[in-house]
Design a protein around this ligand. Structure first.
Ligand SMILES: Nc1ncnc2c1ncn2[C@@H]1O[C@H](COP(=O)(O)OP(=O)(O)OP(=O)(O)O)[C@@H](O)[C@H]1O
Ligand SMILES: [Mg+2]
Length: 500
């Protein structure tokens, strides 16, 4: 029975246990996000190994998740089973993946009606607690049982051989295998496919943990899973655009945009695998990591940008600390994040730049490039970070800058001094203030300028490139990859075959 007391000042209204527990099932997890939520807990508990066991037996199928983390004492376990075991407003350790004090319960109940947890802390005996939704429903009380269901004890014995750890057992998985028979081949197949989906999801969201030596190993039915790198960082043809650091209060957000290789630049197996669990188109955009755990696997974050086939090679890595959770609207499932209003313009700018680059590569422009200019875009300005402060320098590798400095020393000193002066006096404050008022008021490079003038500047660079040993077609291809001439392709086509 629900106890309700009252005095003159207030009514005491406790949540009704059966209704509340049923509602906790409706957070919108799927099996992949639910299991990932449990592995978050294992990682926060310092686990080096997580062993997932999927056992098929029709409607009696079960899943267990065992880790070798620090485990829990009896008091800790009882508290861990409490919905709302910790206040979301509390500060967390910098490497804690939790926030709401709910995940263990909400993730588990989304998939099963019986959640049993057995934990062992160092030098302690193992302890067990169980939520059984049917029992809570019958009794109408928040009764946390002190033992495993009869017949299930042997599913929890793995801990006995271990110093410390935790095993979470899901039984009575009505949402996954409800009403199925053990010998139903279709149902069995669905179960096996589900295991594959889980594997794909885990290789993605935990890839940073799995990539490091001695960090984390996840086993599915005794098989070790391999990380999936969304950015193909080991491929030479992947483009790394400049990293940016944005600040929100004193917290730092690190953004690394990538443009993945055109499909002709990698072998077909690599390209296919790089698509990711949801496919190339669905997996473009921002990848948001919180303490290295991926929350968002490719999304334009409601910035008004469409998913577009042409932009599918754009993938942008964003790293957040766990101190910004409420600013980023992190949800319990850890599958949503939205940038705070003050960072949206920056995100949009970075997204647009990366999309433009990706779209160029998608259309396979600029394919014949002299090796020494590699496959990367040429920027006029570079952003640098020193002692936590941002400043901008003119790219000394820019072909026009190199050409301008290719003069007798006494003149070179003058040009160098001039460039230095420009770099030191970039009116950052003024630009920042102006763009805070309206981002639309800034003109784009060469906006409203007669084509003749654009071509004059372009021609100087073109000549410098040819002087540097490039063929005319190589020089043109490079101009297409050079800021801001990628927007002036028609003009590039009018450049002469001979510059003499
Ligand atoms: N595998 C585990 N090993 C050790 N302790 C655990 C484990 N799983 C859960 N706990 C403990 O139980 C608590 C409750 O876990 P739960 O997932 O419900 O909430 P949380 O991780 O604190 O926050 P969130 O709701 O954001 O996941 C954790 O804070 C942790 O102390
Ligand atoms: Mg958790």
């Amino acid at each position: 029975m629900v106890r309700e007391r009252a005095n003159d000042e207030y009514d005491l209204v406790e949540p009704r246990a059966p209704a509340m527990l049923e509602s906790l099932r409706a957070f919108g997890y799927n099996i992949q996000t639910a299991i990932a939520d449990l592995i978050d807990n294992s990682i926060s508990a310092g686990a080096k190994n997580v062993w997932l066991q999927f056992y098929w037996d029709g409607s009696e199928s079960y899943i267990s998740i065992l880790d070798d983390g620090k485990g829990m004492t009896e008091a800790e376990l009882v508290n861990a089973m409490r919905p709302g075991s910790r206040n979301p407003l509390e500060e967390r350790e910098p490497n804690d993946l939790g926030r709401f004090g709910l995940g263990l319960k909400t993730a588990s109940f989304s998939q099963c009606r019986r959640l049993t947890v057995c934990a062992k802390a160092v030098n302690q005996n193992s302890v067990t607690r169980r939520w059984d939704l049917d029992y809570v429903s019958q009794t109408g009380e928040w009764r946390l049982l002190r033992s495993a269901a009869s017949g299930s004890e042997e599913r929890l014995t793995a801990l006995e051989q271990m110093e410390s750890g935790t095993v979470v057992l899901w039984e009575s998985m009505d949402r996954v295998v409800g009403g199925t028979k053990t010998d139903d081949p279709k149902a069995h197949n669905r179960f096996l496919e589900m295991i594959e989906d889980v594997e794909k999801h885990l290789t993605m969201v935990f890839h940073r943990f799995l990539e490091r030596k001695n960090k984390l190993q996840i086993w599915i039915n005794q098989r070790l899973i391999e990380p999936w790198d969304p950015f193909l960082t080991n491929e030479k043809a992947t483009q790394w655009l400049p990293e940016e650091n944005l600040y929100f209060r004193e917290d730092r957000v690190v953004i690394q945009p990538y443009v993945l290789p055109h499909h002709s630049k990698v072998d077909s197996q690599t390209y296919e695998k790089a698509a990711g669990p949801n496919g190339w188109n669905a997996q473009q955009g921002f990848y948001i990591y919180r303490n290295e755990r991926m929350l968002v696997a490719g999304d334009w974050l409601g910035l008004g940008l469409q998913r577009d086939e042409h932009c599918k090679l754009a993938r942008i890595q964003v790293d957040l600390p766990n101190s910004m959770d409420s600013d980023w609207n992190i949800d319990v499932k850890k599958s949503r994040a939205r940038p705070p209003a003050s960072l949206r313009e920056d995100f949009k700018r970075i997204a647009k730049l990366t999309r433009a680059r990706a779209s160029d590569i998608y259309r396979y422009r600029g394919k014949v490039i002299a090796r020494k200019y590699s496959d990367n875009y040429v920027f006029t300005w570079l952003k640098k970070l020193k002692h936590g402060k941002v400043f901008y320098v003119i790219n000394p590798e820019h072909p026009l800058v190199k050409e301008a400095l290719n003069i007798p020393t006494e003149y070179r000193q003058i040009i160098k001094a001039l460039l230095r002066l420009i770099e030191e006096t970039v009116p950052v404050q003024q630009i920042w203030l102006d763009s805070a008022v309206s981002s639309e008021q800034h003109s784009q490079p060469f906006e409203g300028v007669p084509a003749r003038e654009v071509r004059e500047v372009m021609m100087q660079i073109y000549q410098a490139l040819i002087k540097d040993g490039l063929t005319t077609s190589e020089a043109r291809s490079l101009l297409v990859k050079m800021e801001p001439f990628q927007h002036f392709e028609e003009l590039i086509a009018t450049l002469p075959e001979s510059t003499y």
